[in-house]
Structure formats: structure tokens, C-alpha cells
Design a protein around this ligand. Structure first.
Ligand SMILES: Cc1cc2nc3c(=O)[nH]c(=O)nc-3n(C[C@H](O)[C@H](O)[C@H](O)COP(=O)(O)O)c2cc1C
Length: 402
């Protein structure tokens, strides 16, 4: 008991931002956008509830730079074609109660949602479950300015920061991974080349938002897959991030490369990437956040108190109990009960949690766990109907712009 309270000590990031505690709602793709890349009332309510529950940082997952490479048709898209007014409302309510509401900037690349995209990654691939073209050099060169523009618009709309997504097998993580990246130019080969798109994105983003706006990076400790990004190379990325202008490194792992393990479907005992975090500490003085597998206050408290990390990131625990930080602070509750699913198909657990987010946004969640098969069917049906909206909307936009 001697360390009680470490989780609730404030922290100042290098940009000067003060965080009220050490608990972050890690990025989750909530699939609650309206299909045109704009927020819905349910989504605003969801982030309002997390803010009311006491998190210091709340990160909206997979906010797309353009409509072309979304991860899901329920993603937000923030660029010059967006209605900023609707984003302002989300920023206002989701950033209440002293919570910093950040946008995770995403580009799904080779894993872009095929019904609305033409997936492109660092290299063309034709594998079972993964087919993509090679991104053009023109698109690659434009990428830093697209990150910068979305970050700048986020700042204008009143969001508190951004996180550049370089984990889990999406575009910047694909560049880091030798399984996706077979290039022989300045963006492929040695890790110094493979991290180039990430470093360019950071540099452009910082130039756009100025010195006082937090920029985080979510990075894989490893892809947990033979031939993917390994820990030694990931540590070299950490060392490079140390020399960059970012404020926080969020450590994760796993990838959605076909057949691989993903953190959001993980069932093992957590926290997952603690040993890597300890090694990362030796490479950087940047604040570290660790995400993955936290289930109890004791685990979270230990990770911070031991000095291994500065912030803990929670995803599924905060879906089961959006007010967990306040409940932990008040010592008021048994830990949340996690559902156990036997024989969940790949992506099934993530789909189940996504549908529970919908219930939280509608204030209809109950203590009882809904059926997995039912959740997967609902999730897929909603994706199909959002896809229709998305295709109509963005096709219209493309025509409108020519
Ligand atoms: C429904 C759901 C959606 C997720 N979407 C994202 C995402 O958009 N971006 C991201 O970086 N991680 C995403 N994740 C992964 C989480 O941020 C986190 O890394 C992972 O779930 C492990 O943490 P946990 O054990 O606390 O759930 C998602 C997880 C879940 C459950």
C-alpha cells in the first residue's frame, strides 16, 4: 500500500501540457463516425462519458487523413473537406472534466478497408488475405503534409493533441516491418530508412502545430511475428524518437498482418510489453506510455511506481468500465470482470468490444455480457451500411472537386 496514489500524480509533457493523472484511454477505432467521416451524437456521448470517468488523456482511434485509406467506414476523416464545426462539438464534450482529447492520425495503407479503398502499402503484395499495390512516390511524398494538415485542423477544432499511429500493421508500421516493406529505395532496407516516413510525418506535424501542442507516437515493441519488426529495430526507432520533437511514446505490439497476433484480441496475462518498456527507458528520456493487457489497478500502479513507464494506456478495461479511473481513485469497486470467449474468430473479440462502445454511446450498456456471434453480425451489418454511405459521399466529393 505504500505506493498508493502514484497513478493520480500529475505529469508534465515536454511541450508543457499538464496531465491530471497517469491514465490514458488508449486509441480505439469506435466505428461511430457517420459514414461521411464526421462525428455522431453517440460518439460525442461516448467520449463525454470517458471524460466524466476521470481519464487524463482520451485518444480517438484511426482518424483518417484522407478518405482513401480508411481502416473502417465508421472512421472519422479530418481534412480541408471536413465540416470543422461538427468536430468542434466532439472536442468540446470529449475534452471536458480536464481530459485531454487527442486524435490518433491514421492511414491504413495495405490494410485499408477494401470495400471503400484501394489498399496500398510500402510494397505490392499478393498473399492469402492480403493484397495491395505499392504506394506511389507522389503519395509518399505528400504524406507528411497530410499528417500536418490533419493535426493543424485538430488544433483549430479544439482537440488537445495528436497521436501518430505507427503500430499494429497500419501504414507507418508497415514501413517499419520487413514483411510489408520490400523496398530498395531510401524508404526500405535498413531500419534507418524504414522509419523515414514516420520521422518525416513528425517533423511536418510539429512545424504545423507549433511547440506547445502534444504529439505522441504509438509504436510496436515488435510485430510479434517472424520476419516482422523486431525488438532490436524497435529500440532503434525509440532512440530516433528521442531525438525528435514528440512528447510521448505509446508502446504497443502485434499486428493485423494475416495470421498474426493483435493486441486488441490478446488474451494473455498483462501488462504485455513491460520488459520492452524497461529497455526503451534506457534509450530515451521522453515520457513513456504502455498499452496492453492492464486489468487491475495494482498492475497499473506497479508499472508507474516502478518507474518503468509514466502513463498506462487502457482500452478494453475502459470499455467494460468507462469510469474506472474515478473508481480506482475512490477505492470503490471490485476490478472489472473481463468476458472470456472460447473459439473467438480472428477479429471477433475486437468486434465485440466495438459493439459495446456503441452501447456506452447510447447509455444502454448493462453488466451482462452480450453474445459474441451476435456482436460480430451487428458489427458487419453496420459496416456494410456505412460503406454505402461512404461510397456515395466520397464519390460525390471527388466529383465535386474535379
Ligand atoms: C475495439 C477496439 C478498437 C481498437 N482500435 C484501435 C485503434 O484504432 N488504434 C490503435 O492504436 N489501437 C486500437 N486498439 C488497440 C488498443 O488501443 C490497445 O492497444 C489494445 O486493445 C490492448 O490494450 P487493452 O489490453 O487495454 O485492450 C483497439 C482495441 C479495441 C478493443
Amino acid at each position: 500500500m505504500q505506493h498508493r496514489g502514484t497513478l493520480f500524480k500529475p505529469l508534465q509533457l515536454p511541450c508543457g501540457l499538464a496531465l491530471k493523472n497517469r491514465i490514458a484511454k488508449s486509441a480505439m477505432s469506435d466505428s461511430l463516425g457517420d459514414g461521411t467521416g464526421h462525428p455522431t451524437a453517440e460518439q460525442i456521448r461516448l467520449y463525454q462519458r470517458w471524460a466524466a470517468g476521470g481519464v487524463a488523456i482520451s485518444i480517438i482511434g484511426e482518424v483518417q487523413l484522407t478518405a482513401g485509406y480508411a481502416e473502417n467506414p465508421g472512421n472519422l476523416v479530418l481534412n480541408d473537406a471536413s465540416d470543422l464545426h461538427r468536430f468542434r462539438e466532439l472536442a468540446l464534450y470529449g475534452g471536458g472534466n480536464g481530459t485531454k482529447l487527442w486524435l490518433q492520425l491514421g492511414h491504413a495503407g495495405a490494410l485499408a478497408y477494401a470495400p471503400t479503398s484501394n489498399p496500398k502499402g510500402p510494397s505490392a503484395l499478393d498473399l492469402p488475405g492480403l493484397r495491395c499495390e505499392e504506394i506511389t512516390l507522389d503519395e509518399l511524398r505528400k504524406l507528411p503534409s497530410e499528417f500536418a494538415r490533419t493535426a493543424w485542423l485538430a488544433q483549430q477544432a479544439g482537440f488537445g493533441g495528436v497521436q501518430i499511429h505507427a503500430a499494429h500493421g497500419f501504414l507507418l508500421s508497415q514501413f517499419l516491418s520487413p514483411l510489408f516493406n520490400k523496398r530498395s529505395d531510401a524508404y526500405g532496407g535498413a531500419i534507418a530508412n524504414r522509419m523515414r516516413p514516420l520521422l518525416e510525418a513528425i517533423e511536418a506535424t510539429r512545424a504545423a502545430v507549433g511547440p506547445d501542442f502534444p504529439i505522441a507516437v504509438k509504436l510496436n515493441s515488435s510485430d510479434q511475428l517472424e520476419g516482422g519488426l523486431d525488438k532490436e529495430d524497435a529500440l532503434k526507432v525509440v532512440a530516433a524518437l528521442d531525438r525528435s520533437s514528440i512528447d510521448l511514446i505509446d508502446i504497443s505490439g502485434g499486428t493485423y498482418f494475416p495470421g498474426a497476433k493483435s493486441a486488441s484480441d490478446g488474451t494473455g496475462r498483462g501488462p504485455y510489453f513491460l520488459e520492452f518498456a524497461k529497455r526503451a527507458r534506457a534509450e530515451t528520456t521522453k515520457p513513456l506510455m504502455l498499452t496492453g493487457g492492464f486489468k487491475t489497478r495494482a498492475q497499473a500502479e506497479d508499472a508507474v511506481t516502478s518507474g518503468a513507464v509514466d502513463i498506462v494506456g487502457l482500452a478494453r478495461a475502459l470499455v467494460l468500465e468507462p469510469s474506472l479511473p474515478d473508481l480506482w481513485k475512490a477505492d470503490r469497486k471490485p476490478e472489472p470482470l473481463f468476458p472470456r470467449f472460447s473459439d473467438a474468430p480472428e477479429g471477433g473479440i475486437t468486434a465485440w468490444y466495438t459493439m459495446r462502445l456503441t452501447e456506452i454511446g447510447a447509455d444502454t450498456e448493462t453488466l451482462a455480457f452480450g453474445d459474441l456471434g451476435h456482436a460480430i453480425r451487428d458489427y458487419e451489418a453496420r459496416n456494410r451500411s456505412r460503406t454505402e454511405v461512404w461510397l456515395r459521399h466520397f464519390a460525390y466529393d471527388a466529383v465535386g472537386q474535379t
